[in-house]
Design a binder for this molecule. Structure first.
Ligand code: GLA
Length: 386
C-alpha cells in the first residue's frame, strides 16, 4: 500500500491539509474454517495487503468519507440513527457507532482510504476496513484506551449490526493481532491465542483466486451458522445434563443421537464442523513436528468437507483444488467463507512454477478468464503508519 497515493487523494478531495495515516491487513487462514462461530480453533495470519486510510478531525459532527478505489464520497452524521446506504460506508459508520459504545467520544472527521486486498477473494477486505478505522478512531478520539480485543469485537459487531453478516471473530482478530512471519492459533471460545512462527523452508503458501464471488454469499453464510445452531438446540434438548453452548461442546456420538431430530442438511453441516475440529488439532500437532505432508493432507480433507458437507464451494474452486491435486501440490483448499474467492495452497518450492502455470492454463481454458495468484507474506496487524 502506498502512503503517497492515499495522501495525494486525501489532500485533493478535502481542504488540502494532511492528517494521520493508519493501515490494517486482510488475512489468510491455514485451517479451521467455519469453526470460529462454533467456538472452535482457527489458524489465521495477517497478510501484506489491506486497507490504508488518512484521517483528520474536522471540528464538526459529520464524517466525510471518500473511497479512493470506488471514487465515491459519502457524508453521515456521527449521531445519525440509520447511517449511510452505500455498503462500503456502512462499515465506517458501524465502527463509529461501536467505538462510541466503547466509550470513545467520536467527533466528525474527513477521511480517504484505499485498499489492495482483493474484494471478494475471501481475504477479509471488510475486516481490514473495520480494523483500520477502529484503530484510527481509537488513536484520534479515544487516547488508545480501547483494548485490541474490544476493537476486534467492534469490527465483528459492525458486521452483525450494520452489514447483515453474522460472522465469527477470526477475520477481525487476525487483522488486529497479526504479526509479521507468524500465524496465530486462536481458541475462539476462550479467546486464548498463541503466535506460531511459520517459515517452512521447503514450501510456499500461495493463494489462487478464482475471481468469482457468488451473490447471496452473506445470506448463505448466515444459513450455515443457523444450521449449526439448530443442531446445538437439538443436542441441548436431548442432553439436559450437559453444558452445550456451541458445536465445540459436541462429539460424534451426540451428533448421531440427534440425527433424526434435525434436517439432513443441518446434520451434514454439523458433520463438517466436528471433522474440522479434529483436523485443526491434527494440523497443530503436525506443525509442531514440522510434518507438512500431514498439514497438506488435512487441507485436502477440509476442502472435501467444505465442498460436499458444508457446501460452500463452487465449480471454479473445486476445479482449482483438482488442479492442485493433479500437480502434486502438498495441500489445497477453499479459504475463508467460500462461495468464490481463493484456494490456499501449500506448495513445495520445486513445484511452484509448474503449479502456477498449470492453474493459469487449465483454469483459463475451462472458465475463460485467468485466476489471480498471490504469494502469502505474513505481516503485521492494524497500526499507525504516519
Ligand atoms: C468469513 C467470516 C469468518 C469465518 C470464515 C469461515 O471469513 O467472516 O468469521 O467464519 O468466513 O471460516
Amino acid at each position: 500500500m502506498d502512503i503517497e497515493f492515499v495522501r495525494s487523494r486525501f489532500i485533493k478531495h478535502f481542504d488540502g491539509k494532511t492528517g494521520s495515516i493508519y493501515a490494517a491487513p486482510g488475512r489468510i487462514n491455514l485451517i479451521g474454517e467455519h469453526t470460529d462461530y462454533n467456538g472452535g480453533f482457527v489458524f489465521p495470519g495477517a497478510v501484506d495487503k489491506g486497507i490504508m486510510c488518512e484521517i483528520r478531525p474536522n471540528g464538526t459532527d459529520k464524517v466525510n468519507a471518500y473511497s479512493i478505489d470506488l471514487k465515491d464520497r459519502v457524508e453521515f452524521g456521527v449521531n445519525d440513527q440509520s447511517g449511510p446506504k452505500a455498503s462500503w460506508a456502512r462499515y465506517i459508520y458501524g465502527i463509529v457507532q461501536e467505538m462510541k459504545k466503547n466509550g470513545v467520544d467520536v467527533k466528525g472527521f474527513n477521511t480517504a482510504f484505499a485498499g489492495d486486498v482483493p474484494l471478494g477473494a475471501g481475504m477479509s477486505s471488510s475486516a481490514a476496513l473495520e480494523s483500520c478505522f477502529a484503530y484510527a478512531i481509537n488513536d484520534q478520539f479515544g487516547d488508545n484506551k480501547v483494548s485490541k480485543w474490544d476493537m476486534v469485537l467492534a469490527g465483528q459487531a459492525t458486521e452483525h449490526n450494520y452489514c447483515g453478516v453474522n460472522c465469527g471473530i477470526m477475520d477481525q482478530f487476525a487483522s488486529v493481532f497479526g504479526q509479521e512471519g507468524k500465524l496465530m492459533r486462536l481458541d475462539c471460545r476462550s479467546r486464548e491465542f498463541e503466535y506460531f512462527p511459520f517459515k517452512p523452508n521447503e514450501y510456499k503458501l500461495v493463494l489462487v483466486d478464482s475471481v468469482v464471488k457468488h451473490e447471496l454469499a452473506s445470506s448463505a453464510y448466515n444459513d450455515r451458522r443457523k444450521s449449526c445452531e439448530n443442531v446445538v438446540a437439538a443436542m441441548q434438548k436431548k442432553f439436559t445434563d450437559k453444558k452445550i453452548e456451541t458445536l465445540r461442546d459436541a462429539d460424534w456420538d451426540m451428533l448421531e443421537a440427534v440425527k433424526n431430530d434435525v434436517s439432513d442438511e443441518d446434520a451434514l453441516r454439523a458433520k463438517f464442523v466436528l471433522g474440522e475440529k479434529d483436523r485443526v488439532l491434527a494440523v497443530c500437532d503436525a506443525l509442531n513436528k514440522g510434518d507438512y505432508e500431514t498439514v497438506g493432507k488435512n487441507m485436502y480433507e477440509t476442502h472435501y468437507g467444505l465442498s460436499k458437507e458444508y457446501e460452500v464451494s463452487c465449480n471454479e474452486l473445486d476445479y482449482l483444488n483438482d488442479i492442485a491435486k493433479e500437480t502434486g501440490v502438498t495441500g489445497s483448499r477453499i479459504m475463508g467463507g467460500g462461495f468464490g474467492g481463493c484456494t490456499i495452497n501449500l506448495v513445495k518450492n520445486e513445484l511452484y512454477d509448474k503449479f502456477i502455470a498449470n492453474a493459469k492454463e487449465k483454469y483459463t481454458a475451462k472458465f475463460g478468464h485467468a485466476p489471480k495468484v498471490y504469494d502469502v507474506i505474513i505481516s503485521d496487524g492494524a497500526r499507525k503508519v504516519e
